[in-house]
Design a protein. Sequence first.
Length: 348
Amino acid sequence: MLDPAAWRDVPQEVSTGSLPGWDRVEEIVRNAHSRYRGERGGTVADYIPVLAEVDPELFGLAVIEVGGGLHDAGDALHPFSIQSISKMFVYALAIQEHGHERVREIVGVNNTGLAFNSVMAVELNDGHPMNPMVNAGAIATTALMPGATAVEQWERVREGLSAFAGRPLSLDGVVYASEAQTNDRNRALGRLLRSYGRLSGDPDEVVDVYTRQCALSVTAHDLAVMGATLADGGVNPVTGERVVSEEVCRDTLAVVASTGLYERSGDWLFEIGLPAKSGVAGGIVAVAPGKGAVAGFSPRLDEAGNSIRSQMAIGYLSRVLGLNLFASAPARREASATAPSPAPQEQS
Ligand code: GLN
């Protein structure tokens, strides 16, 4: 494991660009929505019975700028359950509470390369969850929430995610009941972690808090505000409230960059170049540090459980808004003039 002592005394400099003006962003968000409105690929999640009943045509987009600019298109205010996207924000709250090193030790920071509900991933790693953005790691993370009882832990999660969203979030009772009746697999994961001594407390109670956190009701607009808080050094750009520290944002986004779209996280980072988290109800939020966040909602998913239309629209927005973290251009014009030209093609 890398020893962070190597650079602990080195200050963290921040390099950020800026978004185009408000009008231009507004136009780009509308274009993104109309461009992918007709996309029908993928299927809605059905392993949580009530999710199978959702209207698959719903499609919302939202962009929130760190300066407070808001942009919504389509069904950006339609409520749906946050599902796995909660993992990113509960993880941030856990680091805020326990610190970078302790959470890294307990939950890990690496992609398992396996499906989000994989039992094998736990078995292959001696019960260490490895990845806080899949179910086992997220259950272990939820167990770290402060509180003497499961009820207190759940309140802490709900309050924390509400602070990220800038409004009180509530439980979707129908989604919670549907998932609570069918989540044998998550209960199995909780007990498996416990059998390895990786989970303190009653595993069924921890899984119940986790199931509730997944059933919190949000909109694409909420997700973009939540993501923009992580893009804004931990201060909610709409309410002005500090939710977590700058270091917590950095740590959370670094983990999410390589894990946020499950076993497809590499494809995502390669194509879109932003840390992002998806959930099986069809939401995705991508975070552009120092600039803002982009959220999509569309229920049809790929095989890994990621909304297809949200991926397409966020990919478009990442390009047009210049958000890809890996994209650069020469700093000085002369640099491009003197750049070596590509090797000539061989004549055949
Ligand atoms: N609540 C869901 C589960 O635990 C979340 C999974 C997801 O969004 N990928 O299975």
